[in-house]
Every structure is written in structure tokens, then in C-alpha cells.
Ligand binder design. Structure first.
Ligand code: ARG
Length: 561
């Protein structure tokens, strides 16, 4: 019916369908109508006051069977639809298979570069954010029909590996690295810096080892590869806990034989300048610091490898967009790199390369089991959340089956939801009471709403195939819930456009809260068969929508909890 309304307005106001779609609103309160068309925007081009425009459109639309009442209120034309028809239309549209999905992305590819931890360093809470946000964007874009390439651009190349090799040879052992993994590699790295402060020749040695790596020295590469494997194994443990995966693990090292071509391109385009022995691209004209391309000793750096990666991905995946999910402190880095791509004559860089920054994570009043100092491992937070949920289950529902599995879905879900509930750029602080509060605006609350729906469908007798009598779903709360559910397709499109999973998280919460109001006002397990069937059908739509919305956030739903 929304489509019909749009068509009516478009015809009456002589506007195109897309424009009306964009302007049409859902009013915040039902007494303001089911849809509202604001006329401010038209006032300028029509040289007329908005209320007059609204009145004109209303007159042109006239009497239509689907409309109960048209009302001009200030600059708005409010549409009150025939309730029963509206309910039928909303029930039907929400019942279609893959409700919410669309084909707008068909034939298009999006690369998402996210997670990307640094080898030999711990997978910390910051990397948890990029992983969670990136994964959600992957789900959202897939739902819209895009082909998505999930790329883990591991930090697995650079001078730090020269340092690590020196430290390993001087103070490390195979046994210790095998036993303690990344924690031992971090210890060696810290030790290197402590020692190098006293003895500068260590730095020369480290540079020499990295140069060996860049020249393909077998011993250097063997040790490096071993460090990578050990780190990756740990990271994969965290991904498994999160239930997340990648299409490509292509770290910085993948581009080591592709950076020379980048340097050549820049040279040919006359973009390279020498500065204190290093090679840079001057970006002063664009109010940015220069982009460093090659160090004095000829080695490539982070930016060079990012440039190589962009060209590789463009040639390999022909992406329409390539998204980079990292902390906001890398804003300048990406602005520089994207500018350099553009300066090489690639106009697509402007719209296709997008940095998606996010805020900091802090741990407020949370006692975390850290393995060393105040370095917070992402895995420890996830495990602690699971543990806390386990305790709650033991207290409140000791008879629950599959306790461990449920605790994992709820504990991990709580962290994910908390992370995704606010705009990316906002800082996230973990406070366990807040993250795990079953009554608050949390993941567990939404999951619990899903569980209630599932339980109703299990316990109430109903006929799945019965024709629904839509006139039985005219309660205010039922209509409000249906309206909420029907926002789903638009919600997904908005989330994609803004690169904001929080739009979906907020929606899931709205549906859950709306369901709660419905459930309090309208008993489901009533005597009357028709009424029961109709209400159960609404419960079932709620259940499916909650599951799909949470899935877009990377969060699972237990059937019981
Ligand atoms: N490894 C980097 C870090 O941990 C993130 C890499 C982001 N991706 C990229 N293509 N630069 O900060």
C-alpha cells in the first residue's frame, strides 16, 4: 500500500516516484496518520505555501478506496489508510520469503577490508570493533544482493618483523613461542625495545633482517612465516568464538612483490618527490601531510602496500566499492592513500574508496581477566561474557538444555549488540551490568523477546494454513507492531547507505519493544480460533524479523534461554 500511496502522490503532484519515496515519512504517532507527506521541499519550486500545496494534492487525490481520511496539518498531508486493508497489506509484505532483502546490489561487488590484526600482537578490543562492524556490513550488503569480498588485511609485513627475529634469536626459544604464542612474541617485542634503548646496533640488525625478508632470504622468511602461523591460529580462535569468517586472508605481505609497480606508476606520473632520502607524494595542495611511499633504505611501508592492495583488488574483484573499517586514528592515512590513487588518474577513487572509522573502546568498572598488564584480549572479554551468562542461567534456569551453547550465543551476542547499538564513531564503554542486563536495551533483551515468540509458537495450538481474518488485528498495538516490522527493508537500505549497523540494531530493539506492548495488550492464547490464528501469525512474523535483524548484526538466537 505504501507503493500505491506514493503513486497517488506522484500523479497528483506531478513528481517522480523516487522523489516521493524519499520524502514520504512515517509519522511518529498513529494519530498523525499512517504516512505523511511533507510539502516544505516543494514550496520553493512551486512558489506556494506548503499547507496550500498539501491541500492541492489532497484535492487531486480525492476519494480513493484504500484511503480512510486525508488530513492537512501544517505543511503535512497525512494519510489515514483503511485499517483492515492496511493490515492485510503489511502482513502480506512481511510474509514474503527473504523479507527485507533486495536486488539493488545485484551484479555489484563490495570489498570490505576489516579486522586485520597485526601479527605477533594480541587481538585486542579495538580489533574486536572492526571485526564486528565489518562482519555486520558484510551481512547487510549481502542481503541487498551485493557480492561481498571479506578481506582480512593482516599486518604481517614491516620492519617490526626484523626486530622480532633479532629478539627471538637473542632471548627467545622455540618452546616458549610454541607454548605461549602471541603473548611470548609480544614479550620478545617489548624486550627488543628495552634493549635497543641501550644498544642502538640492535636496530641496525633488525633493519638488516627485514631487508633479508624483503629479498626472500629463506631463514628469515621461515621464522617470519612461523610467527604468522602462530598468530593466525590464535586469531582464528577468536573468529570461531564470534562465528565469523573471511573470504581472503591477504595480509600486507601478499603485496610485497606488487609495491615496485606502484612506485613505478607514481614515477611515470611524475608524482614522486625526494625528501630526506625518502620518496613521498606531496599532498600540500590538498591540505594533507605528504604520503610516504618508500623509505631511505628502499623498503616499502604501510601506505605503499595499501596502494598495491587497491590496484590488486580493483583488477581482481572489479569492486564498486572498497570499504576500510579501522579506528578513526587512521583517517589521515586513508585520506592520503585515496588521494594518491585519484592523482594517478583514477576518478573512481572518489566514490569507491571509503574509510569507515569507529571510536574507542574502554572498560568501565569492569574487572577483566587480562593476561598481562592492561592489555585486553578480545577473547577474554568474550569468554568473560559467556561465563557471566552461564552463571545467570545456573541461577535462573538450571533445567535449561544446551546451557553452554545458549551461554555462548547470549554472551557473545551481548557484546556484539552493545558494540553495534550506537553510531560507530561513538566510543564504546563496557560495563557488564549494562551489556548483560536482560531488561535494558541489550542483545539479551532482544534475544529474550525472540525466545518468548518461539515459546508461544511451541505451546499455543494454531493452524498454520488458516486464512487470516485481518479484521481481528486492528488493535492499536498490533498495528504499531506491524508498522514497525514493515520498516525492515528501508532499515537495511539506510544502514547500507550510511555504513551504520546501528540502524539495524535500533530497529531490532524497536520491534522487540513493540512486541512487548502488543503482548501485554493482546492475549495470544485465546479461545476464539480465528483470533488466535491471527495473533499467532503476528508473533511468527515478529520472530522471523527479530532473527533476521539479529543475524545482520552477526548475532544468533537461542530457542530457549
Ligand atoms: N593492521 C592495521 C591495524 O591493526 C589495520 C589494517 C587496515 N586495513 C588496511 N588496508 N590498511 O591498525
Amino acid at each position: 500500500m505504501k507503493k500505491q500511496i506514493i503513486q497517488l502522490i506522484a500523479a497528483a503532484a506531478d513528481l517522480d516516484y523516487e522523489m516521493v519515496t524519499e520524502i514520504l515519512e512515517i509519522p511518529p504517532k498513529p494519530d498523525m496518520g499512517d504516512y505523511a507527506f511533507p510539502c516544505f521541499q516543494l514550496a520553493k519550486s512551486l512558489h506556494k505555501a506548503p499547507p496550500l500545496i498539501a491541500t492541492d494534492i489532497a484535492e487531486k487525490i480525492g476519494d480513493v478506496d484504500i484511503i480512510d481520511k486525508l488530513e492537512v496539518k501544517g505543511a503535512y498531508l497525512n494519510f489515514f489508510l483503511k485499517k483492515e486493508m492496511f493490515v492485510k497489506s503489511m502482513m502480506e509484505s512481511a510474509s514474503i520469503k527473504n523479507f527485507g532483502s533486495s536486488a539493488i546490489g545485484e551484479g555489484k561487488t563490495i570489498c570490505i577490508d576489516y579486522s586485520s590484526p597485526n601479527v605477533a600482537k594480541n587481538f585486542h578490543v579495538g580489533h574486536l570493533r572492526t571485526t564486528i562492524i565489518g562482519n555486520s556490513l558484510y551481512k547487510i550488503y549481502s542481503k541487498l544482493g551485493y557480492k561481498v569480498e571479506r578481506i582480512n588485511h593482516l599486518g604481517d609485513w614491516g620492519t617490526q618483523f626484523g626486530k622480532l627475529i633479532v629478539a627471538y634469536k637473542a632471548w627467545g626459544s622455540k618452546e616458549a613461542v610454541e607454548k605461549d604464542g602471541v603473548a611470548e612474541l609480544m614479550r620478545l617485542y617489548v624486550k627488543f625495545h628495552d634493549e635497543a634503548d641501550k644498544n642502538d646496533t640492535l636496530n641496525d640488525e633488525a633493519r638488516a633482517w627485514f631487508t633479508k625478508m624483503e629479498h626472500g632470504d629463506e631463514e628469515a622468511l621461515d621464522i617470519w612465516k612461523w610467527f604468522v602461523d602462530i598468530s593466525l591460529k590464535e586469531y582464528k580462535g577468536t573468529y570461531e568464538l564470534l562465528g565469523m569468517d573471511f573470504d581472503h586472508y591477504m595480509g600486507e605481505s601478499f603485496y610485497r612483490d606488487k609495491t615496485a609497480a606502484v612506485v613505478e606508476k607514481l614515477q611515470n606520473a611524475n608524482l614522486l618527490k625526494e625528501s630526506e632520502g625518502a620518496r613521498i607524494v606531496d599532498l600540500e595542495e590538498y591540505n594533507m601531510a605528504p604520503c610516504l611511499i618508500m623509505k631511505k633504505d628502499g623498503s616499502s611501508i604501510y601506505a605503499t602496500r595499501d596502494l598495491a592492495a587497491i590496484f590488486y583488488r580493483k583488477e581482481t574483484y572489479h569492486f564498486d566499492k572498497c570499504l576500510y573499517v579501522t579506528g578513526q586514528e587512521q583517517k589521515l592515512h586513508f585520506a592520503q592513500v585515496f588521494k594518491v590513487v585519484e592523482l594517478l588518474g583514477n576518478d573512481w577513487a572518489k566514490d569507491s574508496l571509503v574509510h569507515i572509522p569507529y571510536g574507542l573502546v574502554s572498560l568501565e568498572g569492569a574487572k577483566l581477566s587480562t593476561r598481562s598488564g592492561n592489555i585486553i584480549y578480545a577473547e577474554d572479554i568474550l569468554l568473560e561474557a559467556i561465563d557471566k551468562v552461564k552463571k545467570t542461567i545456573k541461577e535462573k534456569n538450571p533445567a535449561l538444555e544446551h546451557k553452554d551453547e545458549v551461554a555462548k550465543i547470549v554472551g557473545v551476542g551481548a557484546i556484539l549488540f552493545h558494540d553495534l547499538y550506537n553510531q560507530r564513531i561513538k566510543d564504546v564503554s563496557f560495563k557488564w551490568d549494562k551489556v548483560l542486563n536482560f531488561d535494558g536495551e541489550t542483545g539479551p533483551y532482544v534475544q529474550y523477546t525472540y525466545v518468548r515468540c518461539a515459546s508461544i509458537l511451541r505451546t499455543v495450538q494454531y493452524d498454520e494454513n488458516a486464512a487470516i481474518d485481518y479484521s481481528l488485528l486492528l488493535d492499536e498495538e498490533a498495528i504499531a507492531l506491524l508498522k514497525e516490522i514493515n520498516r525492515f527493508p528501508q532499515v537495511i537500505a539506510d544502514a547500507a547507505e550510511k555504513y551504520e549497523p546501528c540502524v539495524v540494531a535500533r530497529f531490532a530493539m524497536d520491534v522487540a519493544q513493540s512486541f512487548s506492548r502488543f503482548y501485554n495488550a493482546c492475549r495470544v492464547n485465546v479461545e476464539d480460533d480465528d483470533l488466535r490464528n491471527a495473533r499467532v501469525k503476528l508473533v511468527s512474523l515478529t520472530k522471523n524479523t527479530l532473527k533476521d535483524a539479529l543475524d545482520l548484526l552477526g548475532i544468533g538466537c537461542p530457542e530457549q534461554m
